[in-house]
Design a protein around this ligand. Structure first.
Ligand code: HEC
Ligand code: HEC
Length: 232
């Protein structure tokens, strides 16, 4: 396990970079150019004829959710959004790689069923261009765990070989286009829940995040989730 993680960390830049590139070029073949207007239309209104509910009804206007259970999606890299929408889908006989606690379906499981690759590319492109609304974005609220959270974000937990979150999600939590999602401004409870789902393996769509979360205690996760939400 230790060797696996250090290998992953050393190789992550190269391995991830190349896998994301091949993913991006595969998407580019399927969908030449995302359509911003169609993405906005689908996001705001859904498509009742095809049984697609409005995304905005849960994720808020222009991707700025006001309900912590529903993550905000504005300013998230479009490649990341497309990947998540695919990962919520079961692939043939294989269960979806992104599931809820205990392997249960997530709220998204049924919504992604009707989405075509074009829908995904369009809506992801639209969302990636929306600014995060700082009025509604998540924020840090726990003064008592701030220092611990900051330490983990910036320096990881060396004695347990947990790498610094900032190394991938960037110092200000904005993520890196095409590679790493934005964490800044996400809701603390959502971040915490996802860390626990990575740890349990119910969210099995990213081995690296599983190995990282697997070395963290509940208080580690709570502290860094609260801190990360407050980054700007
Ligand atoms: C009924 C509410 C609801 C609707 C409607 C809905 N979502 Fe979601 N969405 C959620 C919830 C809740 C989650 C968190 C799922 C989890 O915990 O894994 C989520 C997660 C996501 C994620 C992953 C975000 C991340 O940071 O990893 C994406 C992307 C997403 N939704 C896009 C969409 C799109 C696009 C639509 C419209 C086609 C949509 N959602 C409709 C509730 C909703
Ligand atoms: C080696 C790179 C790397 C490091 C270090 C890293 N992450 Fe991640 N993280 C990723 C990648 C890649 C994803 C996207 C996973 C996917 O495709 O679902 C991700 C996803 C996430 C998500 C899910 C976001 C969402 O919107 O659902 C959270 C939360 C997260 N990371 C938190 C952290 C925290 C906290 C740390 C530090 C303890 C950390 N990460 C360290 C690469 C990394």
């Amino acid at each position: 396990m230790k060797r696996v993680l250090s290998r992953i960390i050393i190789a992550s830049g190269i391995v991830l970079g190349s896998s994301v590139m091949s993913f991006a070029s595969a998407a580019a073949v399927a969908v030449a150019k995302p359509d911003l207007a169609k993405g906005e239309q689908l996001y705001a209104n859904g498509d009742m004829a095809r049984g697609i509910m409005s995304c905005a009804s849960c994720h808020g206007a222009a991707g700025n959710s006001t309900i912590p259970a529903n993550p905000n999606l504005a300013a998230q890299p479009h490649e990341y959004i497309v990947k998540q929408l695919n990962d919520f889908k079961a692939q043939g006989d294989k269960p979806a790689e992104r599931r809820g606690a205990g392997g249960a379906d997530t709220v998204m499981t049924m919504f992604v069923a009707a989405l075509t690759p074009e829908d995904m590319a369009n809506v992801a492109y639209y969302l990636s261009l929306q600014p995060l609304d700082l009025e509604t974005a998540g924020n840090a609220t726990n003064e008592a765990t701030m220092e611990r959270g900051q330490k983990i974000w910036r320096g990881g937990i060396p004695e347990r070989r947990v790498p610094a979150c900032a190394a991938c999600h960037s110092a200000n939590g904005a993520g890196i286009p095409g590679v790493y999602p934005r964490i800044a401004g996400q809701f603390p409870s959502y971040i915490e829940e996802q860390m626990k789902l990575f740890r349990s393996g119910d969210r099995a769509n990213e081995p690296m995040m599983h190995h990282i979360a697997d070395r963290m205690t509940d208080p580690d996760i709570a502290a860094v989730s609260d801190y990360a939400a407050g980054l700007r």
